[in-house]
Design a protein around this ligand. Sequence first.
Ligand code: CTP
Length: 510
Amino acid sequence: MASLTIRKLDDAIRDELRLRAARNGRSVEDEVRVILREASQHRPPPAVSATPEVSRVRSDADAGLPRVTLIIGGGIAAYKALDLIRRLKERHVHVRCVLTRAAQQFVTPLSASALSNERCYTDLFDPESEFDAGHIRLARDCELIVVAPATADLMAKMAQGHADDLASAILLAANRPILLAPAMNPLMWNHAATRRNVAQLERDGVAMIGPNAGEMAEAGEAGVGRMAEPLEIAATAERLLRPPQPRPLAGKRILITAGPTHEPIDPVRYIANRSSGKQGFAIAIAAQAAGADVTLISGPVDLDDPAGVTVKHVESAREMLHRVEAALPVDIAICAAAVADWRVANEGEQKLKKTSAGMPPLQLVENPDILATISKLPDKRPRLVIGFAAETENLIDNAKAKLARKGCDWIVANDVSPASGVMGGDRNTVHLLTRDDGDTGVDIRIESWPVMTKEQVATELVADPRPRAARAGAHRSYDCATTGLRGADPSALRPRIEARCHRAELAGHG
Ligand code: CTP
């Protein structure tokens, strides 16, 4: 029988073994026996995580949520910290609570655990959590530490760097942002010692919310010292956890067409194509996130309406054109729809029946070209009009011809041949053609983007949070601001792909 010397195992395996053994309350040797027994019975042993405590307690539903370690200090306002747990959870924040000894005079660990749906931590010398330096994990396995109520004593300890209990040890070990919600009697808040501590904590980069003015718990006392309301604290925490994104398209109205159109043959049949609408919807979502006021005109798709976007559902090309015209004027139009080129002129009012003569002949007539119509509007033409070119061959040549024929400013050309998997798929390989009507004629520039998800294509197309000065000179490729797109507002919508793109003449792409 082979023998195993645990000391001779790899460091990483030995550490994992120790963690696993400590978690299960066994000696390392016993843990090895259990693992071997499970392996011999062909049962996979439970995975050992680098952060076992966290993986054990975080439910699947909380996975991916921002995490707050909430330190509840010992003051009468501690009861409001229970409401704060709920307010944070409402905002989809995962909360783990630490109660100081004094806090436990006001609220129980059980209530904090029940509300946070997590184990609550109280003791620096708790063998169950300290076997792998629990106070360090509580300080680091989160995106934000909130102290509410932050008592005068806790703030003094923080300002001085004490670490003689779990709360102060976490605060000293923290390398995460800290938000304090002070709460104390007004005389304590105004005391010179507290003023010094507050000033020191502010210099240390600690954020504070409150205290507010109002009545104190002590009868007849009022002044500044009430803890900020849980809603205020939760809103501030959320701003720290999810800082507002840059909104380069704020104030811009964008119209987007997406999806296929259905052209009726009779009341039960129609002509359609394989467009899923995913690319147009992704652009609508990205433009909305960038601050634009977005109207999305969509043909029949199997996608949810994006939040914050005005969505108009249509069936046919003519309906789409009607809705587009009603949505004008806009600053930017992006035509991503795969509009059917033809419709049936002799659409049946009743279901067409089989006859002995075979299928009744369908007379097709051309549909209105929505992109060309918008691009050529004399008065309401958007300042920037972008079309798509869905091609199965001669991608660049066809896209170039389309750019000229439709009269738009930019064309996003993509290969939709069956082998590309673009139609209905999640990825896209695009080339962006931009037209520059200069004094010496029309100059068309092409950027070839790498394979991306449709969401990435959308983001690249609409977002450029960097100020123009930061871009100037950074790349040898062009800046749209200097290309003088006819009537376009280049600063409104610029691709941010200089780092990857190359400038090429059409000949090089054919
Ligand atoms: N488009 C449109 N209205 C139409 C046809 C196309 O608005 N009736 C727009 C599409 O939304 C896209 C661009 O025109 O932005 C090019 O569409 P595409 O289907 O690639 O080209 P077609 O115009 O249909 O030309 P072809 O059939 O020759 O490829």
